[in-house]
Design a protein around this ligand. Structure first.
Ligand code: NAD
Ligand code: DAU
Length: 365
């Protein structure tokens, strides 16, 4: 029996992690703690919300007293910490919220874990989910693509676990700071911790402010597709269930105090993804090929827009045997189909109706 606190479980990646753990480990108690910000949507977990080993708690990770109470009352012995402000564009407009949630929220969880566990750290684990963006940006040495010897399609450098932190956006600066706090608690107090840094995720239940769900929805409604700059930026994409599977393996088998990079070895230029999204969405909607190409609209670039991210996840493959399971074209088709099939989910999110789900389902329980 374990009592695992998953923070941010009503968000995109968190909901996949909660689902995986609730279904795969009926002997674990899974406590999903989430503030339900604009990014939290309990409808993401409709299929498991009545399982006996699942409990939801609406709370803010920055509220130390409440967090401490949750740790004590639920005898928490493992944490998988995903709660965060996650959208780079929002961090450029409002860095304070990002520093508060991502840094102070993480610190409040660490401090609560320390107070409850410090007598005996055995069989305890604080697992912090972070991002490749903390490493900064890589060069585009091969802008046209095509594999460089020993490298990726757009350059021969990758982020490894040894790459020095060099965050550029307020989002990644806050995530970097939280990573440092987690490692500081390991080094100072001996807390058993793990940190993983993952590349861009895609798949069902992503909030439609992020590139893929936003663009699929816009294509469906024949709305413009705002491509930042020239669309030359490169990201490394991973199907969200592959990330959740990696988290499961690392939570159970990762070396305490260690860091693992998680990535797809799957680099794409934004503009090529946008073209693939148009092609796939049009095909699935029975529209003519090329019918929606004119929706592409180049707009002012994101401030400080990182050029290229590329993760080297060979350590994770070598040490723990994980690798991505889905080809990108397959994963994209599956994802686009999901957004098209779940139009009601999309409409609830874009209209704001999803925020009533908590009141309807939980308030009077
Ligand atoms: P998301 O924005 O979809 O979800 C974040 C969740 O955290 C939401 O449910 C929100 O309500 C909750 N939350 C926010 N502030 C909170 C607070 N103060 N207290 C409690 N809950 C709070 O994010 P996501 O894309 O699922 O990312 C989850 C984690 O994974 C983040 O830590 C992010 O940095 C990291 N990450 C994301 C990606 C990606 O591609 N999306 C890649 C690598 C790492
Ligand atoms: O790399 C991991 C990170 O990936 C996570 O840590 C973040 O939480 C997650 O949001 C994501 O960050 P990005 O900034 O890479 O994701 P986003 O979907 O916002 O943008 C992907 C790329 O597409 C990026 O280069 C910006 C561009 N873009 C995005 C939007 C929303 C556009 O060109 N137009 C858009 O409208």
């Amino acid at each position: 029996m374990r009592n695992i606190l998953i923070t941010g479980g009503a968000g995109f990646i968190g909901s996949h992690v909660v689902r995986l753990f609730v279904n795969k480990y009926p002997n674990y108690n899974i406590i999903n703690l989430d503030k339900l910000t604009y990014a939290g949507n309990l409808a993401n977990l409709k299929d498991i919300e009545n399982k006996p080993n699942y409990k939801f708690i609406k709370a803010d990770i920055c509220d130390f007293d409440t967090i401490l109470k949750v740790f004590k009352e639920n005898k928490i012995d493992g944490v998988i910490h995903l709660a965060a402000e996650s959208h780079v564009d929002r961090s450029i407009k409002d860095p304070f919220t990002f520093a508060n949630t991502n840094v102070m929220g993480t610190l409040s969880l660490l401090q609560a874990a320390k107070e409850c566990w410090q007598e005996d750290f055995s069989n305890k684990l604080f697992y912090h989910i972070s991002t490749d963006e903390v490493y900064g940006a890589l060069e585009l040495t091969n802008p046209k693509g095509g594999n460089e010897p020993g490298g990726g399609p757009f350059g021969n450098e990758f982020f490894t676990e040894e790459t020095k932190y060099n965050p550029h956006s307020p989002y990644s600066a806050a995530k970097a700071s939280s990573d440092h706090f987690v490692r500081a608690f390991h080094d100072t107090y001996g807390m058993p911790t793990l940190v993983t840094n993952c590349s861009n995720n895609y798949g069902p239940y992503q909030f439609p402010e992020k590139l893929i769900p936003l663009f699929v929805n816009n294509i469906r409604h024949k709305k413009p597709l705002p491509v930042y700059g020239k669309g030359e930026n490169v990201r490394d994409w991973l199907y969200v269930e592959d990330h959740a599977r990696a988290i499961d393996i690392i939570f159970h088998k990762g070396k305490i105090g260690d860091t693992y990079n998680i990535g797809g070895f799957n680099e794409w230029k934004n503009i090529d993804i946008v073209k693939l999204l148009i092609k796939t969405t049009d095909k699935l909607l029975g529209r003519k090929e090329g019918e929606d190409d004119n929706l592409i609209t180049y707009v002012t670039d994101r401030k400080g827009h990182d050029l290229r991210y590329a993760i080297d996840s060979t350590k994770l493959k070598r040490e723990l045997g994980w690798q991505p399971s889905l080809q990108f074209e397959q994963g994209i088709e599956k994802t686009v189909q999901w957004y098209l099939d779940n139009q009601q989910w999309m409409e609830n999110v874009t209209s704001g109706d999803y925020q009533k789900y908590y009141d309807d389902m939980y308030k009077n329980r």
